[in-house]
Design a binder for this molecule. Sequence first.
Ligand code: GDP
Ligand code: MG
Length: 293
Amino acid sequence: MAHKAGFVNIIGSPNVGKSTLMNALVGEKLSIITRKAQTTRHRILGIINGEDFQIVYSDTPGILKPHYKLHEAMMKQVGNALQDADVLLYMVEAGEKPGETIELIEKINLSEIPVLLLINKVDAVEQERITETENLWTPLFKNPEVIKISALKNLNLNLVFDAIMQYLPESPPYYGKDELTDKPVRFFISEIIREKILLFYSKEVPYSVEVFIDSFKEESTIIRIAATIFVARESQKAIILGHNGAGIKRLGTEARLNMEHFLDKHVFLALTVKVNDNWRNDNQMLQRFGYEV
Ligand code: GDP
Ligand code: MG
C-alpha cells in the first residue's frame, strides 16, 4: 500500500476539548489542559507514525473575536490551520450552539477540505441534547462526517482515527518518523510553568503572564533551566511571589517536578518575575514569545 501523510487540524470554540483530543490521539501530554478558556495560545504539532502513514496534528487556540493584538495573532494561527490542513476536525461540545464561528465555517466550506464534525463530551449529557447538537451543527457544513465522541473517556476515538486515515492523501512523510513534535523542548518547558500559574493563581493573573526560557543547559546528571515570568503590573508580581516568596516557591517546585517527569532527568529551575506592562500590545515582545505578528 502507498504511504499516506498529511496535516490534521483541530479547531473549535474554547474549552470544547481540543487539547484533550489531541493528547488522547497522540498519547502524550503535549498540550496543556485546564478548565480555563484560552489556555492554548500556540499551534502545537503532535505527530503519530505507522509503517505506512504519518498524521501531523495541530491544536489551535479556540475561536474568538480579536480584542487586542494577542488575539489577532492567535486568530492568524487559526487561519493558518485552515490553509495547510488535509483534514479538519471541527469540534463542538454537546449542548453548544453555533455563534461567533459562522464566518469561519463559511470559509471552511469554500476551502473543500474534508471535515469531521466531532461532537465531544457525549459522556456528560443526555442523548436528547446530543441529537439536538447534531441537528444544529450538521447542516452548517457541506458534507461533514459526524462522529460523537468523548475525548476524555476515549469513546469512539478509533472511529476518528479511521475517518482520518480514509481522507489522508498519499504522500511521503513530512517529518522524521521518530519525531513526536516540531516544537522545541523549551516550548514545553514554558508551557509547564504557564500551566502551574493557571492552576495556582486566580482571576486576571494567568491571562497577564508570559513565560520566557532564558537558558536551558543539559549536563550529565541535571538540566539547568532559567526562566522569566513576565507580568503586566507590580501588583501581579506581588501575587506571583506570594507572602515571603511562598507562591513562587510552590510554583517552582511543582513546575520542576513536572519537568523532571517530562524530561526524565533531574532539573534545577531558577524562576524570575519581571514586570512588562504592555507585552500584549508590543509586537517585539510577541515575536520574542513566538507569535507571528
Ligand atoms: P480546549 O480549550 O478545546 O483545548 O479544551 P481542553 O482540552 O483544554 O478541555 C477543556 C475542559 O473540558 C477540560 O476540563 C477537559 O477535561 C474537559 N473535557 C474535554 N473532553 C471531555 C469529554 O469528552 N468529556 C468531559 N466530560 N469533559 C471533557
Ligand atoms: Mg486547548
